[in-house]
Write a protein that binds this ligand. Structure first.
Ligand SMILES: Cc1cc2nc3c(=O)[nH]c(=O)nc-3n(C[C@H](O)[C@H](O)[C@H](O)COP(=O)(O)O)c2cc1C
Length: 336
């Protein structure tokens, strides 16, 4: 059986990719993911603000050190002068690339134009097979227009594409007035891949303590429906690779994304919940399904349930909506 897959111009041994999560914060973690069989690993994101905070702290420490421990400080002047944050990430990336035989993709969440480009270049130099731009931007300023938000995405992509030669994927949110047009514009601007979708951390409220509760919650398979709908619509309409992320718990979830048209299927929550070795369970389940259904390659099944590229996407969505309401009226509710 041939599970090999093309993603961002890279050849992967299979379409299951470990998406950015704390599981890739160590070389050992990356090795466990690769040993469990994933086709590629996206490292956790490097966040520019964290680096800046760290740099400020280090500068303060270096200053204090200069007064109190002038002699000791002379032993490590470089450390006191340079930002250590990117070096830690770059070092992890270099070691991870050397440790595993699957592509390792760097993930970047920048703030400033210089941050996006400098860190992207550093990741490329460290051996990243590609760079994923984690554009986590929720426009809290209520005066920012939708077109400005879109332009921000395009500007970041253009800058990074100018700075590196490795493929660049954009991980974006589903919250655009016209997500499809945004995808098309990113495609035209040279995105090598679209990762659908970023999952925003939405704080909750504790009604007893009347406090805001923030924290990361793991996903559930029902959340896969939105990204899957968009993947089915975008298949054949963009040149960029399509990566699905959100809601993969079982091998059936992987298959559903592939038949919708995903080039690769990413997973984080399931691997956090069950351990990196769960990747092998997902891959075994996928192979077993392919055998049972008579598919010899992933290419044979990819996109078989995508919206045909020449179909009217609006009409397709409307027909699905009306059909779903008709079913609901006859009390035929599907599973969550
Ligand atoms: C604990 C945790 C940490 C994450 N860290 C990152 C990150 O650093 N960068 C990023 O782009 N996505 C990050 N994500 C998002 C995941 O990569 C993934 O896109 C999202 O969780 C949806 O996929 P899932 O349903 O398989 O979890 C994180 C998710 C979780 C649960």
């Amino acid at each position: 059986m041939d599970l090999s897959t093309e993603y961002l111009g890279l050849t992967l041994r299979n379409p299951l990719v470990a998406s950015a999560s704390p599981l890739s914060q160590t070389v050992d973690g990356v090795r466990r993911l690769a040993d469990a069989g994933v086709g590629a690993v996206v490292l956790y994101s490097l966040f520019e603000e964290q680096l800046r905070q760290q740099a400020a702290l280090d500068a303060e420490l270096a200053e204090a050190g200069a007064e109190q421990f002038a002699e000791a400080l002379s032993y490590f002047p470089d450390e006191a002068e340079e930002e250590p944050g990117p070096r830690a990430y770059v070092s992890l990336l270099e070691r991870a690339v050397a440790a595993v035989d699957v592509p390792v993709i760097g993930s970047l969440n920048g703030v400033t134009p210089g941050g996006w480009t400098d860190y992207a270049r550093a990741m490329q130099d460290a051996g990243a097979a590609a760079i994923e731009l984690n554009i986590y931007y929720l426009p809290g300023d209520t005066h920012v227009s939708g077109r400005d938000v879109e332009q921000r995405h395009l500007d970041v992509l253009a800058r990074v594409k100018d700075a590196v030669t490795v493929p660049v994927a954009v991980k974006l949110a589903p919250y655009f007035s016209s997500t499809g047009e945004m995808a098309l514009r990113l495609d035209e601007a040279g995105a090598d891949g679209l990762v659908l979708f970023n999952r925003f951390l939405q704080p909750d409220i504790d009604a007893e303590t009347l406090t805001m509760v923030s924290g990361v919650s793991l996903s559930s398979p029902a959340e896969a429906r939105l990204p899957r709908t968009w993947i089915a619509l975008l298949r054949g309409r963009v040149r960029a690779s399509l990566a699905a992320t959100t809601g993969v718990e079982t091998s059936a979830d992987v298959i559903k994304y592939l038949v919708a048209g995903a080039d690769v299927v990413m997973t984080a929550s399931a691997l956090l919940r069950h351990g990196p070795e769960h990747a092998a369970v997902l891959l075994d389940g996928m192979s077993e399904w392919m055998q049972r259904k008579g598919y010899a390659t992933v290419d044979d099944l990819r996109g078989i349930l995508a919206v045909p590229a020449d179909a009217d996407g609006d009409a397709h969505e409307r027909a699905g909506y009306v059909g779903a309401l008709r079913n609901a009226n006859s009390s035929a509710y599907g599973p969550a």
